[in-house]
Design a protein around this ligand. Structure first.
Ligand code: CO8
Length: 258
């Protein structure tokens, strides 16, 4: 996977790691990075040996937003028809659970990228925000929608309309962050969470993520119907029989589809 120029990928056990790697621009998302990130995530998603994905950046920045220098000269047509961030829709749709391990800045598109993931682990140095208003634009890859769902309309509106940055502890209280950990432990914690997820049944993890995503994208009534359908369908898997037998027999389950 060494063909990438803006990210570094690595497999550790059943976990796929993607590290954003544009230190000269605080990991700002340009068209190449968006395409490479999506390609790497989709490749891990297709690999049955991978049960979880971790996306991280550097100590200084998860990602400081979309690349302003690349965007500055674009036209409305460039941004809509040739949308350089279109590949991120593939990233947001992978079946495999994705953990964002965020240290430093997660601003604009960086905050939006974290919100495309399923779990956001933040170092105590993390700083979230949607500062697009200061550039004369608004968030464009989920910042008004996912942020408002995550932390509620009024808090999201304050951040989007003022561009104020929100530190990790406030982001955790607001519900944007799953958990805050000391910066030095961020990657170990992300690895531990990912390994724990990857040690369970893979199709069941896909099912859980699909049902969870419905809570963000559909009405509660539709989501409840989908959850019930998926729940019942899991009784067709060996892993349901194994998980429940193991409980009754007081032993650890050995999932065949791990
Ligand atoms: N784009 C390009 N380059 C960047 C970016 C960025 N977003 N952020 C930082 N850099 C570059 C700087 O220009 C600088 O480069 P150089 O050394 O060549 O001058 C280098 O990274 C280091 O940055 P600073 O010197 O500014 O570092 P500081 O520690 O002083 O400041 C900050 C760090 C606060 C993060 C500051 O760099 C900053 O404010 N960055 C911009 C943050 C921002 O506004 N992000 C939002 C961007 S817009 C967006 O994300 C919209 C997404 C929606 C797209 C929808 C498409 C359909």
């Amino acid at each position: 996977m060494s063909e990438y120029t803006t990210i570094v990928t690595e497999t550790r056990g059943r976990v796929g790691w993607i590290t954003l790697n544009r230190p000269e621009a605080l990991n700002a998302l340009n068209a190449t990075l968006a395409a490479e990130l999506a390609a790497a995530a989709v490749a891990f998603d297709r690999d049955e040996a991978i049960g979880a994905i971790v996306v991280t950046g550097s100590e200084r920045a998860f990602a400081a937003g979309a690349d302003i220098k690349e965007m500055a000269g674009k036209s409305a047509r460039d941004m809509s028809v040739d949308n350089p961030f279109a590949p991120l829709e593939d990233f947001a749709r992978v079946r495999t659970p994705v953990i964002a391990a965020v240290a430093g800045y997660a601003l604009g598109g960086g905050c939006e990228l974290a919100m495309m993931c399923d779990i956001i682990l933040a170092a105590d140095t993390a700083m979230f925000g949607q500062p697009e208003i200061d550039l004369g634009v608004i968030p464009g890859i989920g910042g008004t929608q996912r942020l408002a769902r995550a932390i509620g309309y009024y808090k999201a509106a304050e951040l989007v309309l003022t561009g104020r940055r929100m530190p990790a502890d406030e982001a955790e209280r607001a519900g944007l962050v799953s958990r805050v950990v000391p910066a030095a432990q961020l990657l170990d914690e992300a690895g531990a969470v990912a390994e724990r997820i990857a040690s369970r049944s893979l199709p069941v993890a896909y099912a859980a993520k699909q049902a969870l995503r419905a809570s963000q994208e559909t009405t509660a009534a539709e989501g409840l119907r989908l959850e019930r359908t998926i729940f019942a369908s899991l009784f067709a898997l060996d892993d349901q029989a194994e998980g429940m037998s193991a409980f009754a027999e007081k032993r650890a389950p050995e999932f065949r589809h791990r």
